[in-house]
Design a protein around this ligand. Structure first.
Ligand code: SF4
Ligand code: SF4
Length: 224
């Protein structure tokens, strides 16, 4: 069973899940497409399979963006969750967000690697145009769900690394951080029941001849 197939199943499950929400996002809306996207090494492998990345011009754009300032993370989601679940103060994130457009954004304002885009891009959505308010507006439960997917994707690649998409695509080892195994979800008591319903559906989601549950430690999809 290929782990990348489980990643694709998680993407697919998430994309279907958010279909029921009403967002202002649409083709050509791209304020959220920045040089600060963080991905895992597994996602970088999948993203790297997209034919657009073989294009010389796209490679030049990535290299030019790499030479400029971009966000370099020092903390992964599971590592942060581990601190919180142990009621410890996490170290402050050292990386800072930089200005600049994602080099994988086409001239028409559409993503050149849309089908293979990482979860950070899929998770970016808003009920009103970000240009209006300067930031995305999301239902609170969706923040929790997004965190859940970040954690599951990191667990899927728990022996891998995370980093800025540009560094990951360039194979820049210096700016990567090690992923952390799943330590438990960060949820409130009121979120438990709806999340458990979602997790129960998710664990039975097909990945070729198996299910998503087969790619995770037992109990991952059971909250209590
Ligand atoms: S998150 Fe904001 S900028 Fe991005 S597509 Fe949606 S509305 Fe547009
Ligand atoms: S990879 Fe695509 S969706 Fe993600 S930030 Fe870049 S252009 Fe936007």
């Amino acid at each position: 069973m290929a782990t990348v197939d489980a990643l694709k199943a998680l993407y697919d499950f998430y994309d279907r899940f958010i279909h029921s929400f009403s967002f202002a996002c649409g083709p050509g809306c791209s304020t959220c497409c920045s040089v600060n996207v963080v991905i895992t090494s597994l996602e970088a492998d999948y993203l790297g399979q997209h034919p657009a990345l073989s294009d010389r011009q796209v490679q030049r754009q990535i290299n030019a963006a790499l030479r400029r300032s971009h966000f370099i993370p020092t903390m992964t989601t599971n590592r942060l969750a581990r601190f919180c679940l142990h009621r410890q103060e996490p170290p402050e994130e050292q990386g800072t967000h930089a200005p600049g457009q994602c080099p994988l954004l086409g001239r028409d304002g559409c993503c050149l690697v849309y089908e293979n885009r990482p979860f950070s891009c899929r998770a970016m959505s808003s009920e009103q145009k970000c240009q209006d308010d300067g930031e995305a507006v999301m239902p609170p439960f969706l923040y929790t769900i997004n965190l859940v997917f970040y954690q599951l994707i990191e667990q899927l690649d728990s022996k891998g690394t995370s980093g800025n998409m540009l560094d990951m695509l360039a194979g820049n080892n210096g700016n990567r951080i090690d992923n952390t195994p799943f330590p438990g979800f960060l949820i409130t008591d009121t979120e438990k029941a709806p999340l458990q319903r979602l997790l129960t559906t998710m664990k039975n989601y097909r990945v070729n001849k198996s299910h998503l549950a087969d790619f995770f430690p037992s109990q991952t999809f059971q909250l209590e």
